[in-house]
Design a protein around this ligand. Structure first.
Ligand code: SF4
Length: 885
């Protein structure tokens, strides 16, 4: 914001402040009114790197656009009033001239100043510039962001440009775009966001009118955006001076504000709070949360000034997460650079410590580009697989969820070792010591980062060139710069410094492992007795394969290069792809759920598809009428979140528990677990779920900690047929030296064999209905494919062929991707001949075709001597009842 000629001129930065933290707005206002000095420049290498990366990314895009068509840079020559006005006029002229790219588009009105990175001329389907009904060229605003995903603030910023373009009476943009790091692009309809941007702009203006003095206090409670805010030192200092509750490790902003409202404002007050001080009305802090915060505040206050952090054991059960020690154990830490590869990121170091005789040895797999990242990843996973053959009881210890998430990401990115990584994780090879420490111990530190707690057990020090994760990223970027300049030796030197930092991390992880075991011993905790309770397991895919997958067995002996395969080998490759298709498709969705489930609550909150409750109420377990299982309601509130944007009745979400009740999906190396829950009602920021008792397992009294996105659609019946019948059947024929692909329709398609006809060829009379009918009657257990673009009469021909064959006693199945398509074809058949017997189960009670039957299988089984037509999706035809017809 700035004051120009006595008028407030706001900018997108102010609009973002209104979204993220309006205290920032008040501080900025105070600076302009000379009540506060400007925020000092933060000495933050990360912020500097971010800014630098942003500029590089934007310039690269500008360069590309320049080479593609007409281009103008309208950046103002400074921030003086006249310079801004001139740039604004230049922007409007470029728009009316229809220049294809307008760089640094400047919008300067009496009350707004903003610079869109690019305005891009919209073209129609034939490549001509698009004009609106008033003959104005249509432009879309684009912002370049080096981040890999579209953050809320960036979306609002680019929407602000669309809103101001509308205000300036320019053509309304069709879309707003973010061009992200790693060449990712994000777009959405401009109209959907203009209202939102106008709403925030109005709020900023209204807020500015209310300010008349400095904010009190001059700091605000922490937000996610503090890490990127130039006032972060200012606010942090204020919080510390005032001993704010936010200093308590793990306190959530909702609990903090409820406590403050109830008169508990400092960590010291919280440390000695009584049960009766617990906020109950109008909103409650649960007993458990209150007790946890009080214990944490107390230990932090007690530990202040101590030479080392103090600690205590808070849960003996959590020690059960610790596997038995093995000769083959390794301690692992990865280094990644989110800025490398034009923002696509690079995992460049896989560091691990292992026992070599009586010594501990440190090694790394390194990468400097994507090709090497793939090799390093493959080598590391193969190293684990081989080592496991020697030490089947080994584990890989790491701290926090980064390593496991990165393994999953790399398998996906490079399309290799997905099954192996999945298996290693599911079998509990990786052990996250952070999950254990967080649950088992209470430390007097403000954070549970390993750098804070290691002072308790570690003999090393971090007095090195690279001493934290941000530092390692900054140094690696520097190293890549040296590499670009051809200075290999300097690159290697920096890499060695990072390696030394990485070794510190794995050393610290190894010593933490030892320390936890010593703590158990010293406190008489029998880890082995606790272990089965939390036996590491993660059933990611309910019907997963636990041996060498059939898909891999099918590929045995099939050359990797398509050009070197025989027709049969190519068919085997296609079959292998089909067999693993559903599992491969579902895996990323499962991995995304597990990734979220492993995070701390604050980190989880950053995901748009996760809901962190501000209040949870569970009802009693009840059973009534003909119900077979007990049920209970779980009411979750999330203040400030319109849950209808996150949840819907069609996608069943999962409720996440800190300690998984029995029969829930457990998460490897963690006490957490989740399960589906049915949504009963969504009312703004409140949602009511129904939980159902699990058969043969006890009911649970605990409350969920978060709502996770729903599991992927269950395709187990389909994949089971592909795997067990087609895949395993082929392997069995191979074992018995029988022809791999018998004369059946699916084998013909797989081998690209022409349709096999009894007469030797397809019928060609010129009448499609007659020809297709005759060809099908002449088919030798094969297929006839009919192909044609939309509108060429496939439904007409298909319906007539079906009607003719059904009348001749054929039993016909209609399958398609959607119910609507299936019913459309069946309706056509019915119109041709309403006497043909037909059945399909409707999608819902409200949407039922005339030929709806509840159970298609038994219905069809009762028709022996006549033809019929039944319809269903691939799920219906995979069911045993239809397959046994
Ligand atoms: S540091 Fe955090 S609380 Fe302070 S102004 Fe910035 S975003 Fe707001």
């Amino acid at each position: 914001m700035r004051k120009i000629q006595d008028r407030w001129v706001i900018s997108p930065r102010d609009v973002i402040a209104e979204l993220e933290c309006n205290h920032r707005l008040h501080l900025e206002w105070s600076v302009i009114n000379e009540l506060l000095p400007p925020a000092p420049r933060e000495d933050s290498p990360e912020l500097e790197l971010l800014a630098e990366q942003g500029i590089v990314h934007e310039r690269k895009l500008a360069q590309e656009l320049k080479s593609k068509g007409s281009f103008i840079d309208v950046a103002p020559a400074g921030f003086a009033h006249d310079a801004l006005l001139a740039a604004h006029e230049k922007t409007l002229t470029a728009i009316s001239d229809g220049i294809e790219t307008i760089y640094q588009a400047t919008f300067f009105t009496n009350s707004f100043l903003g610079f869109a990175d690019f305005l891009i001329l919209v073209k129609d389907d034939s490549g001509q510039p698009l004009k609106d009904s008033e003959g104005r060229f249509v432009y879309d605003p684009v912002d370049a962001k080096s981040a890999r995903s579209a953050k809320r603030a960036a979306v609002l910023q680019v929407a602000t440009y669309a809103a101001i373009m509308q205000e300036l009476n320019l053509a309304t943009p069709q879309k707003v775009h973010l061009w992200l790091g790693g060449d990712a692009k994000w777009s959405t309809s401009a109209l959907d966001l203009i209202d939102l941007a106008q709403f925030f702009m109005k709020r900023v203006r209204e807020r500015l009118d209310t300010y008349d003095s400095l904010p009190t206090p001059q700091w605000a409670p922490p937000k996610e955006s503090c890490a990127r805010c130039r006032w972060s030192t200012h606010c942090d200092t204020g919080r510390r001076q005032d001993r704010d509750l936010s200093l308590i490790q793990g306190i959530r902003s909702t609990s903090r504000s409820l406590l403050v409202t109830n008169g508990i404002t400092t960590i010291d007050q919280m440390a000695v709070a009584q049960d009766e001080d617990r906020p109950k009305l109008p909103r409650e802090v649960s007993k458990a949360t209150f007790a946890t915060l009080r214990d944490q505040a107390a230990i932090q206050v007690k530990g202040e000034g101590a030479p080392k952090p103090i600690y205590e054991i808070k849960s003996i059960e959590a020690f059960g997460l610790m596997p038995e020690s093995s000769e083959g154990d390794i301690w692992f830490d990865m280094e990644g650079d989110p800025f490398a590869n034009d923002g696509a990121g690079l995992e460049y170091m896989f560091g691990y410590l292992f026992r070599n005789g009586s010594d501990l040895e440190f090694k790394t797999f390194d990468a400097r580009d994507l090709a090497q990242e793939k090799i390093a990843f493959i080598e590391f996973i193969q190293y684990l697989i081989e080592r496991r053959k020697t030490f089947p009881d080994m584990h890989v210890y790491h701290y926090a969820s980064y390593e496991v998430s990165a393994m999953l990401r790399l398998a996906q990115r490079h399309g290799v070792l997905e099954f192996e990584v999945d298996s290693l994780i599911r079998e509990g090879l990786f052990v996250d010591l952070y999950a254990l420490v967080r649950n088992a111990f209470r430390f007097s530190t403000e954070s549970m980062s390993i750098k804070y707690i290691e002072k308790v057990y570690w003999t090393g020090n971090r007095d090195k060139e690279v001493s934290n994760a941000v530092g390692s990223v900054v140094q690696f970027e520097k190293a890549l710069g040296r590499l670009r300049d051809g200075k290999e030796a300097e690159f290697t030197k920096i890499l060695e410094e990072i390696k030394s930092y990485n070794k510190d991390d794995v050393d610290s992880t190894q010593q933490l492992d030892q320390w936890i075991r010593q703590q158990a011993l010293a406190n008489g905790i029998d880890i082995a007795a606790l272990r089965p309770v939390h036996e590491a397991k993660a059933e990611m895919i309910s019907d997963g394969e636990h041996e060498l997958p059939i898909a891999l067995q099918l590929l045995d002996g099939v050359p990797a290069d398509k050009g070197n395969r025989s027709e049969e080998q190519q068919a085997l490759a296609l079959l292998a792809a089909a067999v693993s298709f559903h599992q491969r498709e579902a895996r990323p969705a499962w991995w995304a759920i597990f990734e979220r489930a492993l995070k701390d609550l604050d980190e989880m909150d950053a995901f748009n598809d996760v809901v962190i409750p501000t209040k949870v109420e569970v009802g009693p377990w009840t059973i009534s009428g003909r119900q077979r299982n007990h049920r209970r309601t779980v009411t979750i509130e999330a203040d400030g979140v319109d849950l209808s944007h996150v949840l819907d009745f069609e996608h069943i979400p999962q409720l996440l528990y800190e300690v998984a009740p029995s029969a829930f999906k457990e998460i490897q190396g963690s006490t957490r677990g989740f399960s589906d829950a049915k949504i009963v009602e969504i009312d703004n920021s409140k949602v009511v779920f129904e939980e159902i008792e699990k058969k043969n397992f006890p009911m649970w009294d605990t409350a969920p900690m978060a709502i996770l996105p729903g599991s992927p659609i269950d395709t187990s019946t389909i994949s089971k047929i592909l795997r067990d019948e087609l895949g395993a059947g082929t392997l069995a024929r191979k074992a018995e030296n029988l022809p791999l692909f018998p004369n059946t329709a699916w084998c013909d398609v797989l081998l690209r064999r022409d349709p096999r006809q009894l007469s030797g060829s397809l019928t060609h009379s010129g009448d499609p209905v007659e020809d297709i009918t005759a060809s099908l009657l002449d088919s030798d257990n094969s297929y006839v494919a009919v192909q044609g673009p939309p509108g060429t009469g496939k439904t007409y021909v298909g319906a007539h062929v079906i009607a003719k064959l059904a009348k001749q006693g054929w039993k016909i199945g209609v399958v398609a991707q959607s119910h609507a398509v299936i019913e459309h074809l069946m309706n056509n058949v019915q119109e041709i001949d309403s006497s043909i017997k037909m059945a399909k189960r409707g999608q819902s009670e409200k949407s039922r075709p005339k030929y709806h039957v509840d159970e298609v299988g038994p219905w069809a089984a009762g028709i022996v001597d006549e033809g019929y037509v039944i319809g269903g999706t691939v799920w219906s035809f995979s069911s045993q009842k239809l397959r046994s017809l």
